[in-house]
Design a binder for this molecule. Structure first.
Ligand code: NAD
Length: 329
């Protein structure tokens, strides 16, 4: 088969990192890049190849385009992804899939109608340390996983007038950041049943985005998820703790350890984690292989939708003070 002819829509930090992972493959090439900032589109094609556009519709009109990477700011995902699938293009869309479940459903329905593939970049489950911890949790070596607690805290690094400082343009941290942690919990514990959240009215300075999102998730199989997301915490950390029936697993960006009840603490050798394929490369490889050979993707649009549904339920719960049961009505 000839090369998969790709386009990039949204040539920012994430779009470029996905595009570079795609370009690193021998079986892809770039037809073009679309970004309303002409300079960003031009800089991207200088590196990737193809033609620069300031309007994504002009890129989608290219007859020789097979698939697109969709990575504009969150509020544009639905519109751009639907336009792309309606133009008959295969779509890889960045997380969060969209701004609410209704938008996700519209995207999935449009892809089904068009008979094209739609994948969502829920990458955390594929990032080496996290992927290793999940593999251990699902291996059964420590018994069935029953709880996942994740603390993601620190001081938010984006300020100013950009889209990341706006609640309306991001959906808040539960959408912009924590769909990662939510997806990771689901990837271990299965489908969620209900959500309860406490979201105090404490914004990140210089933004209107609530800084603290404490969320508990009950899963259908009986598991429990706990998210401690706090972006105004100087003593921040990123720590995942998975409780299994016979032991526990801890991981962060650089290390994975586990311990059976009554056993010794075991550290997964750092080299084993370093040798694993980078998460962005894994998701893009999977997308390309799905499109080219039909190999099932490592993350699906349904996964992207489910993460959005839990984030939406958490915001509803934080607003009303009530437990929100799923599916969302
Ligand atoms: N998976 C991850 O870990 C991860 C990390 C960072 C960002 N992201 C996601 O990737 C997306 C982009 O984030 P980023 O960090 O690259 O942002 P960014 O601000 O660096 O880049 C966004 C780019 O999109 C362009 N753009 C704006 N509106 C557009 C439109 N309608 N059509 C096409 N392009 C448009 C902007 O001009 C800009 O160049 C967001 O949805 C974000 O949540 C995911």
């Amino acid at each position: 088969m000839s090369k998969l002819r790709l386009g990039l829509i949204g040539a920012g930090g994430m779009g470029m990192s996905l595009a570079r992972a795609a370009k690193a493959r021998e079986d892809t090439c770039f037809v073009g890049v679309a970004d309303p900032m002409a300079e960003a589109a031009q800089k991207a094609v200088d590196e990737l190849g193809g033609t620069a556009f300031t309007n994504y519709q002009d890129l989608l009109a290219c007859a020789d385009l097979d698939a697109v990477i969709v990575a504009p700011p969150n509020t544009a995902h639905r519109e751009v992804a639907i336009a792309a699938v309606e133009a008959g293009k295969q779509v890889f869309c960045e997380k969060p899939m969209a701004m609410n479940v209704a938008e996700c459903d519209a995207m999935i329905a449009a892809a089904q109608r068009a008979g094209v593939k739609l994948m969502v970049g829920q990458v955390l489950r594929l990032i080496p340390g996290f992927a290793k911890a999940r593999e251990l949790a699902l291996s059964g070596e420590l018994g069935r996983p029953v709880a996942v607690a994740i603390e993601r805290s620190g001081l938010w690094g984006f300020h100013g007038n950009g889209w990341r400082s706006s609640y309306a343009l991001t959906g808040g941290f539960l959408f912009e950041v924590n769909v990662h942690e939510i997806d990771y919990m689901r990837a271990i514990l299965g489908e969620a049943k209900s959500v309860f959240a406490a979201i105090p009215a404490v914004p990140v300075p210089g933004t209107d985005i609530p800084a603290i999102n404490y969320v508990t998730v009950q899963f259908q199989e009986g598991g429990a998820g706990l998210l401690n997301s706090n972006m105004v915490l100087p003593q921040g950390q990123y720590q995942v703790c998975i409780t299994c029936e016979k032991g526990s697993i801890r991981c962060d960006w650089g290390s994975v350890s586990y311990q059976l009840q009554g056993g010794e603490l075991q550290n997964v050798p750092a080299e084993e984690i370093q040798q694993m394929t980078d998460g962005v490369a894994r998701e893009i490889n999977s997308f390309v292989e799905w499109v080219r050979n039909g190999t099932p993707p490592v993350v699906t649009a349904a996964d992207g939708r489910a993460a959005v549904e839990i984030a939406e339920a958490a915001i509803r719960s934080g607003t009303t003070g009530q437990v929100v049961t799923l599916p969302l009505q």
